[in-house]
Design a binder for this molecule. Structure first.
Ligand code: TRP
Length: 329
């Protein structure tokens, strides 16, 4: 039986962190390794232009993001990985789809509303049509599945609406992409107050050394009940437990800290030390592979170029069909 195709994208904004890892990358690796899916993954550099950005470093950041994805386990023998701008058909299809998408629909996108808040009319049109480019990313490959986090579900629903409108006007062309919703992991930052993100300065980067991670982890907020070492706490009210321990530590360690926290048998620092050890077990090999790949950028470039070539062939076939249906060329 033919494998199911999934497509997903990630923005090259700053260093990838454990929020990106737990929320997206780890799932991609699992889907690819399951053998059930074929995967196409994309570092979306054109999306990164929709907000003020640094042109001097964008290319570098895109390459670093791709390198990190490889370090996490995406590889040439398993999946396609490329940088969006290497396949010009993405922006070409986005234009066509712009004409099948209504201003009203885009105005209802909560991400656009958040990002354009208090900016009046000084918002790039690109930010407004961001979800249309995202739809183009998926539809170019006629991907049936899209692993996304909660925050992107609305964009995916819009993509499905665009598909229905396009298909009914121009004839059956694209499948409606289905979201692959995993366990909802909304990883909070070290402050415990907002989602982990580069812009909030509350991240643990995937490439960070254990020493640097410990410097952030040691003072990180825990359950407020534990003011003194002898005060018992509730792990489910502790960000360190809920956002990190839960995902990095094996069941027996979780049972141990749960009991130790509730009985004040262990202190927060001991709990965090165990976490740091478990994080290093998972992140250490990733960091080492990342450092190794950084020494061999030609390996990364070869993979990205080869993937882009294959993607351009698929994308061009789709565009050939689209151009003819819409009445150009
Ligand atoms: N908008 C997505 C995000 O910020 C990234 C993205 C771009 C994407 N194109 C995509 C995700 C296509 C899935 C499919 O997370």
């Amino acid at each position: 039986m033919a494998k199911k195709l999934f497509f997903s994208g990630i923005q090259p904004t700053g260093e990838l962190h454990i929020g990106n890892y737990l929320g997206a990358i780890q799932r991609w690796v699992k889907l690819v390794d399951s053998g059930e899916y074929e995967g196409i993954m994309c570092v979306v550099d054109y999306h990164a232009m929709t907000v003020p950005y640094e042109q001097a470093t964008l290319k570098q950041r895109s390459l670093e993001a791709a390198t990190m994805l490889m370090a996490c386990g995406i590889s040439a023998d398993k999946a396609l990985l490329f940088i969006q701008s290497y396949v010009p058909q993405h922006t070409e299809l986005a234009w066509v789809l712009n004409c099948s998408c209504m201003i009203g629909e885009l105005s209802r996108m909560t991400q656009f509303k958040d990002k354009s808040k208090d900016k009046g009319e000084s918002v790039a049109v690109g930010l407004f049509t961001y979800p249309v480019l995202m739809a183009a990313d998926i539809l170019l490959y006629k991907a049936a599945y899209v692993p996304v986090g909660e925050d992107q579900i609305q964009h995916l629903e819009l993509a499905r609406e665009i598909v229905r409108r396009f298909n009914s006007r121009f004839g059956e062309t694209f499948p409606e992409p289905q979201p692959l919703i995993g366990e909802a992991k909304r990883i909070m930052g070290l402050d415990g107050e907002s989602k982990m993100s580069k812009s909030m300065g509350n991240t643990i980067a995937l490439s960070e050394s254990p020493e640097s991670i410990w410097k952030k982890l040691a003072p990180a907020k825990t359950d407020e009940r534990r003011k003194k070492r002898s005060d018992p706490g509730v792990p489910t009210d502790c960000n360190v437990y809920m956002s990190y321990h839960r995902y990095f530590s094996p069941a027996e360690d979780l049972a141990y800290v749960d009991k130790g926290c509730r009985s004040a048998g262990i202190g927060c620092l001991e709990c965090k030390k165990l976490l740091a050890k478990n994080m290093e077990k998972e992140l250490g090999p990733i960091r080492k592979r990342y450092e190794d790949l950084r020494q061999h950028p030609q390996k990364v470039e070869a993979y990205l170029n080869e993937s882009a070539e294959k993607c351009r062939a698929i994308a061009e076939a789709t565009m050939h069909e689209v151009r003819s249906k819409i009445g150009v060329r």
